[in-house]
Design a protein around this ligand. Structure first.
Ligand SMILES: *[C@@H]1O[C@H](CO)[C@@H](O)[C@H](O)[C@H]1NC(C)=O
Ligand SMILES: *[C@@H]1O[C@H](CO)[C@@H](O)[C@H](O)[C@H]1NC(C)=O
Ligand SMILES: *[C@@H]1O[C@H](CO)[C@@H](O)[C@H](O)[C@H]1NC(C)=O
Length: 144
């Protein structure tokens, strides 16, 4: 009995060792792609919203510029992370930091906008940013 099960077990080790990584990889790639698409689409939505803010006021214009730079940084970081993931490498710490900093930069810049007429747009943009951040976390935790 002990012998049979240990044979079955070793067969499984041999077969599963071959099959499991491929299987896990396929599921991982799909999830990773979906999470990446979510980061990219939420970031794009935030960019569109931020682009609608009236920048006649200089302080607002400056905050909008900083927010846009943060959003661009998020996009390039997520591409670098996914490129590494699909090349079987752990995502580079620099890109992880860049992603986090981009999110923080954009968020704190948006919080500086005091123009009441931009409130609704700023809130909507920050909601998209939060969604992008959540999807970014998913990429970092699920796509190793
Ligand atoms: C932007 O704000 C300025 C100053 O408040 C205003 O004169 C201008 O009409 C606004 N532009 C738009 C497109 O709303
Ligand atoms: C990724 O790693 C797995 C297991 O180590 C290997 O089977 C696969 O060929 C690698 N893929 C790439 C694109 O290097
Ligand atoms: C915008 O936000 C400011 C500060 O939070 C608030 O005083 C103001 O009433 C808001 N304006 C609109 C139109 O929601």
């Amino acid at each position: 009995m002990a012998r049979i099960s240990s044979v079955v077990f070793s067969l499984c080790i041999a077969a599963c060792a071959l099959a499991a990584p491929m299987h896990r990889r396929q599921i991982g790639d799909l999830d990773c792609n979906l999470a990446r698409l979510k980061v990219v689409s939420d970031t794009a939505a935030a960019q569109t919203l931020v682009g609608q803010i009236n920048t006649t006021d200089l302080a607002t214009a400056s905050a909008v510029g900083v927010a846009q730079a943060g959003l661009n940084s998020i996009n390039s970081a997520i591409e670098d992370i996914l490129t590494a993931v699909f090349a079987n490498q752990t995502s580079p710490a620099d890109s992880r930091n860049q992603l986090e900093q981009g999110l923080n930069t954009a968020n704190s810049a948006l919080l500086l906008i005091k123009d009441p007429s931009a409130n609704a747009t700023v809130s909507a943009a920050r909601a998209k940013l939060l969604a992008a951040g959540a999807a970014g976390d998913q990429v970092l935790s699920g796509c190793k």
